[in-house]
Write a protein that binds this ligand. Structure first.
Ligand SMILES: Cc1cc2nc3c(=O)[nH]c(=O)nc-3n(C[C@H](O)[C@H](O)[C@H](O)COP(=O)(O)O)c2cc1C
Length: 436
């Protein structure tokens, strides 16, 4: 007789005979204490933003919430990409196709997620990519993202076309690892001024973006009639009734503009036109290298030869990026070209990768194939649209916990243990990306 049977009989369980010869089912009167244990009612979360963020388990969940809470044209501006969006879907597919190979029976009790990037320790291999017009996605904008970055000991990169000025980010996150992304223009005074201000505001790294000779053609923006800053047309007015909070917040906070280049003469459109400079060439990088005394990364590298050349010109590293598929369409997924770029840049170069990071395991795939860290763009913007600063925090929480669990299930107790043998990207991704 087992212990269970003894207990049940002692509790007065009734044993009913079963006619077909099967073991009898023992029943008992329900006990209140057991029912209480089963019914784990939680106190309702009254704050609707917190409630929806708590329910978001993935970056895709944040994306879905962001789609519901933000005007269509704004969501599409974030979510969309250039032309047929082939590159944007390749980016995602390459990560999905990565094959993970675990090594078990290693103790992974408390993995060390941290890593060293450009001489500084950061909490895990993640950097916030520069994104323009961030206060359009949510009125808390760049300052909120910079604060989240500071709290999590991760670098934040402010865009030249940010809607918060360089000095504003410093004010929001004075202890943060604040970087500045630079668009070089054919206006030398503006270039000089921006670099000087980044230096004065304590930025540790300048990221020069080189993949915007002209603007990519994002068809959704054209079709939605998106203007920057957003303006009230009949269409946007109708949209307004569906997103009153977004509009109230927009209309009751500082106007959306290119805050770092606000004092530059001309309309927003004039300044925007200036920022895409088809004349950009290697001499401009040489000038910047002389002028900027700290870390210099070049963003938008898509082939090994460019990586080699910018390293020869004195860059400290590169960002393998296709701008999230928002510029030239039909380029390769960044993950697919990463190993070749790492080899060309050399072992001492800092190599970052962005475009398509949506899961913590994507970070592992990138690190295994030669990246020191990744940048995220849309992943945090989805969080921002879903719930402002708290939404960005949730995005980081999701990515960090996926990253941690991924390491543990791979049998790795530290970021430094990730190696090429743990993630095979050439098993299927090259074939699938070439037929898309
Ligand atoms: C809405 C939006 C605005 C962006 N603005 C800039 C920018 O001003 N400067 C820049 O270098 N890259 C910009 N990017 C590109 C990002 O820095 C990054 O390369 C890209 O988002 C990475 O892809 P992901 O969104 O799939 O993570 C922008 C991306 C998005 C989605």
């Amino acid at each position: 007789m087992t212990t269970t049977e003894t207990t049940e009989e002692a509790a007065g369980a009734e044993v009913r005979p079963v006619p077909d010869g099967r073991a009898p089912v023992r029943r008992q009167l329900p006990r209140l204490s057991e029912v209480r244990e089963l019914l784990q009612f939680r106190a309702p979360v009254l704050d609707p933003v917190k409630r929806r963020l708590d329910n978001a388990l993935t970056i895709e969940d944040l994306r879905r919430i962001g789609r519901r809470t933000t005007p269509r044209a704004v969501f599409d501006y974030v979510d969309g990409a250039a032309d047929a969006e082939v590159t944007a879907s390749r980016n995602l597919q390459a990560f999905r196709d990565a094959v993970f190979i675990p090594e078990n029976l290693n103790s992974v009790v408390d993995p060390n997620l941290s890593t060293e990037l450009l001489g500084e320790r950061i909490d895990f291999p993640l950097v916030f990519a520069p994104t323009g017009y961030t206060r359009m996605m949510h009125h808390e904008g760049e300052a909120a993202v910079a604060r989240v970055a500071q709290r999590n000991n991760l670098p934040y990169t402010l865009s030249t076309v940010g809607t918060t000025a360089i000095e504003g980010v410093r004010e929001a996150a004075p202890e943060g690892k604040n970087w500045f992304q630079l668009y070089l223009t054919n206006n030398h005074r503006l270039n000089n001024e921006l670099v000087d201000r980044a230096l004065a505001a304590g930025c540790t790294t300048v990221v020069l973006t080189i993949d915007t000779a002209v603007g990519g053609r994002r068809l959704k923006d054209v079709r939605n009639g998106l203007t920057i800053p957003p303006s009230l047309t009949v269409k946007t007015f109708l949209d307004m009734s569906r997103f009153p909070y977004w509009w109230i917040n927009k209309l009751t906070t500082a106007p959306i503009d290119f805050a770092s280049v606000r004092d530059f003469p001309g309309t927003s459109a004039d300044v925007a036109a200036l920022l895409f400079d088809p004349g950009l060439e290697y001499e401009d990088l040489a000038w910047l290298r002389k002028k900027w005394p700290h870390n210099l990364l070049v963003k938008g590298i898509q082939n090994p030869e460019d990586a080699r050349r910018v390293m020869e010109l004195g860059a400290d590293g590169v960002v393998v990026s296709n701008h999230g598929g928002r510029q030239l369409d039909r380029t390769p997924a960044t993950l697919d070209i990463l190993p070749a770029v790492r080899e060309a840049a050399g072992p001492d170069a800092t190599v970052l990768l962005d475009s398509g990071i949506r899961h913590g395991q994507d970070i592992i795939a990138a690190v295994a194939n030669g990246a020191d860290a990744v940048m995220i763009g849309r992943a945090y913007l989805y969080g921002l649209m879903a719930g402002g600063e708290a939404g960005v925090e949730r995005a980081v929480e999701i990515l960090r916990s996926e990253y941690r669990r991924g390491l543990q299930l791979l049998g790795l107790d530290a970021t430094s243990k990730i190696a090429a043998r743990h993630v095979n990207i050439h098993a299927s991704s090259l074939e699938s990306s070439s037929i898309q």
